[in-house]
Design a protein around this ligand. Structure first.
Ligand code: PEP
Ligand code: MN
Length: 332
């Protein structure tokens, strides 16, 4: 399952042009056309979306190409307006997904409205919280409609462990990757799509804009329809059943390990940077880089911390000796 389209519906021309180019790019591959009418932006000074009028542009795309469209809803009013305009799929964004009261209000509104969407997509919350995501999924399932999880990561990191927890808790639930918001970088989109195919996701929601560098929101992460076309030609298929029931467990665990190791280097590099600043202070104050007393204290305390995590004192000493050596090198 593919969902593709611009971050925001900016103008009628931009929505229709992007739709035409995506239609050409997708050929026979079915997809849902996405565009946000209401944008939950960080700053009130940035583009907030065109609002309700954008729904008429999406309805035009739906009619012209005979395809389904999707838009983001954050309030009961958005739900009513989108369904009234005949939008086929609603999605709930990461910021709204952080607020269970808002998600419940959306679910209740969908339940009460006469016109129903074909399905509801729910992104993971902005902070890494698998339980909150699962709770939101359950709230939306009260509507009786198909619910699809969308993994968009947190702070431009995938957080594979969060998505893995969803796969374990709800193995049958369809899950899409959103490589655009996951990375915030159009260049990362291809590699993340390949990773998701390897992990047997059910598809992807991808931001595609006719002219990404002119986009009014998320310009850096949107890909061109031409790139979408070449990706669709190269990607292994998103096939949940290819791995069998438990066949992809090792790939998931390895994705978690890779991400943790990446974080480990990030933490160590930040530690070295602080150490370098300590080195500068020591130089300015005529203090020798090696302070045995301080090092003995660090070693003792870190060994206790390691033991509290079930790690051996020998391992703690080997690891910290090595970190300390590198740290001194940064103070020279
Ligand atoms: C979007 O899809 O354009 C969007 C705002 O996404 P998210 O809620 O994941 O940030
Ligand atoms: Mn966006």
């Amino acid at each position: 399952m593919y969902v593709a389209g611009p971050c925001s519906a900016e103008t009628r021309e931009q929505v229709l042009l992007t739709a035409r180019l995506i239609q050409e790019a997708c050929g026979n591959t079915p997809y849902i056309y996405r565009a946000g009418a209401w944008k939950p932006r960080t700053s009130p000074d940035s583009f907030q979306g065109a609002g309700e009028v954008a729904l008429t542009w999406l309805a035009e795309v739906q009619q012209t190409y005979g395809i389904d469209t999707a838009t983001e809803v954050a309030t009961p009013d958005h739900v009513r307006e989108a369904l009234f305009a005949g939008i086929a799929y609603l999605w709930i964004g990461a910021r709204t997904s952080a607020n269970p009261i808002a998600v419940q209000a959306i679910a209740d509104t969908i339940r009460k409205t006469r016109r129903k969407p074909k399905g509801v997509l729910i992104k993971n919350p902005v902070s890494e919280d698998a339980q909150l995501w699962l709770g939101n999924i359950a709230r939306l399932e009260q509507t009786g409609l198909p619910v699809i999880a969308v993994h968009r990561g947190c702070n431009h990191k995938p957080c594979w462990s969060m998505a893995h927890a969803i796969r374990i808790a709800r193995p049958e639930l369809p899950i899409l990757i959103d490589p655009s918001h996951m990375s915030g970088d159009a260049e990362q989109v291809p590699v993340l799509l390949h990773k998701a195919a390897e992990l047997h996701y059910d598809g992807a929601m991808i931001e595609v804009h006719a002219n990404p560098c002119k986009a009014l929101s998320d310009a850096r992460q949107q890909i061109t329809p031409a790139l979408l076309s070449s990706l669709l030609g190269q990607l292994p298929s998103f096939d949940r059943n290819a791995a069998g029931k438990t066949g992809d467990e090792l790939a998931w665990l390895r994705a978690e390990i890779d991400e943790l190791d990446d974080q480990l280097w990030d933490t160590i590099a930040r530690r070295m940077d602080v150490s370098r600043r300590i080195g500068e202070w020591k130089k300015a104050n005529h203090v020798a880089p090696l302070q045995p007393e301080r090092y003995m204290h660090i070693l003792e305390q870190r060994t206790l911390w390691a033991q509290a995590h079930g790690l051996s004192p020998e391992f703690a000493k080997r690891l910290f000796d090595s970190i300390h050596d590198e740290s001194l090198r940064h103070q020279e």
